[in-house]
Structure formats: structure tokens, C-alpha cells
Unconditional design. Structure first.
Length: 51
């Protein structure tokens, strides 16, 4: 049976991933093996991602 939380060999894009819920989602994808790209909008308060 396939594990629904196995994201190895997948690419994900998280919008608003520099803080809050978006950051938690990005971290969860990373913990489950995904390669994550994070998009943020500095004019809306987004900052450079610390990792």
C-alpha cells in the first residue's frame, strides 16, 4: 500500500511560505522528502526564507 505522505522525488511550490501556515506547510513537505520552492511577496511583508 502506498504511503500518502511520501513526497520523495516530487517538486512542490508553496505560496506565502516565508511565515505562518505557509511556512509550516513547506516544512512538512520537506520532512516528507519533497523538494520545495517557496514564493513570497516582499511588498506584502514576506521576508527572505532562512533556510
Amino acid at each position: 500500500m502506498m504511503n500518502p505522505f511520501d513526497f520523495k522525488h516530487t517538486n512542490t511550490l508553496v505560496l506565502g511560505g516565508s511565515s505562518g501556515i505557509g511556512r509550516a506547510i513547506a516544512e512538512s513537505f520537506i520532512q516528507h522528502g519533497a523538494r520545495v520552492a517557496i514564493a513570497l511577496n516582499p511588498s506584502l511583508g514576506g521576508t527572505h526564507y532562512p533556510w
